[in-house]
Design a protein around this ligand. Structure first.
Ligand code: FCB
Length: 486
């Protein structure tokens, strides 16, 4: 078997080419997806606790109450990471665990969990990479209006200061937000994510306040962290492709690029909202009131690295061509669109491609193109692939093993794409596999397994899948194995 590739692919990197010196090999998780201990040590509900308890929102009524029990098993989990040779661990902090009401003083017991986790990682020689927000807003802040309210950005700045104070001496890599697109547009637009609101105008307001919160947090982090610390934000930049070469389909792609990508990269990396985004959505929000004096300067404070998450491309056309596939059902189907102002667009599933258990098409060239596009649009910006991976229907064999050749093929193809992008000039500093272990996959509950380590939820036993040993080998070699897939 060879890595997935199409004839349009740029030429493959020579076999056994090594990744750049210092290239970071990691795996990622997020607090609500793995920690459990939802009501321990002073933690209060986040919007995901509330949402997962609302009937019909999460498959099988699953919740993150126990999840992978990482809160209690973090020592064993770090030992496993060490065994696999991981060099970095990207985790997120549960805001309502450290600041239960979303304002005011921190809870020491909550902070202690992260201090202990970080110490354990450092002890094991694994670099901690902390994300301040991976979707779990304290419920109290949602009750006060949530991200559509400007004040939430100020609350986030305070929370960032608490975390920089608690971990700044030992965490050298910080990410403000993970995929703010999902928080804004799945949380407040399509409603498939917490808090489950379906208000397109609120989704756009949320996007601006997430941007503002990012900028305020960068200011706080820069003020408190040692000079060598790195700051970043992680975006799920949609690799948008028009279905045909027609001008109309190109315009559909432009709209989705605006409300999916440039709504974040515009203010963060250029200090402005794109004019076409403003025009496309002016019936929903008055941008001149939403964006206040000084906001753009705050949002565009420089980051050291841009994190990009990539799983699958997004194929779009004008509505006449039908569709209804990927894009309208990212992370879960809904009667409402996550794309405000984009009634003129239809989404499609790529024909003839292999798919993961999420029904996402497998297309490593999408990652290559994405890294090259960002490099072209923002020359010199260091990049990090902060998530990439796939769900498959993994199971434990009678011999107690979990064989996941499809995941190995997926990872091989995507790492090859990273390597090609590096060879062609993209400054990619690292790669984080999503995910270290199976976990609570949001609206899909525990039905989708993204881990390279299998979790038997009944016993909480961890079983590294064959991809984990494959990844460990890649890390050891600092290169893809010679001879393609083993
Ligand atoms: C990303 C999320 C991550 C996980 C993967 C599959 O959008 O950041 O938590 O759900 O998708």
């Amino acid at each position: 078997m060879t890595a997935v590739r199409t004839d349009t692919a740029p030429k493959q990197a020579p076999e056994a080419t090594r990744f750049p010196t210092g290239f970071v090999w990691g795996a990622a998780t997020a607090a609500y997806q793995v920690e459990g201990a939802a009501a321990e040590d002073g933690r209060t509900p986040s919007i995901w606790d509330t949402f997962s308890r609302t009937p019909g929102k999460v498959r099988n009524g699953d919740t993150g109450d126990i999840a992978a029990d990482h809160y209690h098993r973090y020592r064993d989990d770090v030992a496993l990471m060490k065994q696999l040779g991981l060099k970095a661990y990207r985790f997120s902090i549960s805001w309502s665990r450290v600041q239960p009401t979303g304002r005011g003083p921190a809870v020491e017991r909550g902070l202690d969990f992260y201090r202990k986790l970080v110490d354990e990682l450092l002890e094991a020689g694994i670099t901690p990479v902390a994300t301040l927000y991976h979707w779990d807003l304290p419920q109290e802040l949602e009750d006060a209006g949530g991200w559509p309210q400007r004040v939430t950005a100020e609350r986030f700045a305070d929370y960032s200061a608490i975390m920089a104070g608690a971990l700044g001496d030992r965490v050298g890599m910080w990410t403000t937000f993970n995929e703010p697109w999902c928080s804004a547009f799945l949380g407040y637009g399509s409603g498939v994510h917490a808090p489950g609101r379906t208000e397109p105008a609120a989704a756009l307001r949320a996007a601006h306040h997430l941007n503002l919160a990012h900028g305020r947090a960068i200011e706080v982090l820069r003020g408190q962290l040692p000079a060598a610390a790195q700051t970043s934000v992680t975006l799920n930049l949609h690799q948008v492709r028009p279905l045909t070469a027609s001008a109309a389909d190109a315009d559909a792609a432009r709209r989705i690029d605006a409300v999916g990508n440039r709504v974040f990269t515009g203010p963060m990396l250029r200090g402005e909202y794109p004019e076409d985004l403003i025009a496309d959505t002016s019936n929903l929000v008055d941008w001149s009131k939403l964006v206040q004096d000084g906001d753009l300067a705050a949002i565009s404070r420089p980051v050291d690295v841009l994190g990009v998450n990539y799983y699958t491309p997004t194929l779009v056309s004008t509505p006449e061509k039908g569709g209804g596939g990927s894009g309208s059902d990212v992370h879960g189907a809904s009667d409402f669109s996550p794309w405000p102002g984009s009634e003129h667009v239809a989404f499609h599933l790529a024909e003839g491609k292999e798919r993961t258990a999420m029904n996402w098409s497998i297309d490593p060239n999408g990652l290559y193109d994405l890294l090259m596009d960002v490099t072209r649009d923002h020359p010199g910006l260091p990049l990090m692939v902060t998530e990439n991976g796939a769900a498959f229907d993994d199971y434990v064999s009678p011999e107690g093993r979990v064989e996941d050749p499809e995941r190995i093929s997926y990872l091989h193809g995507h790492l090859d794409a990273v390597q090609r992008a590096v060879a062609d000039g993209a400054d990619v500093r690292g790669y984080f596999l999503w995910s270290l272990m199976d976990n609570f996959e949001w609206a899909y509950g525990y039905s989708k397994r993204f881990g390279t380590v299998y979790v038997d939820y009944a016993s909480q036993r961890r079983i590294p899948k064959s991809s984990a040993y494959w990844y460990a080998d890649v890390i050891r070699r600092h290169a893809l194995p010679p001879g393609g897939l083993s």
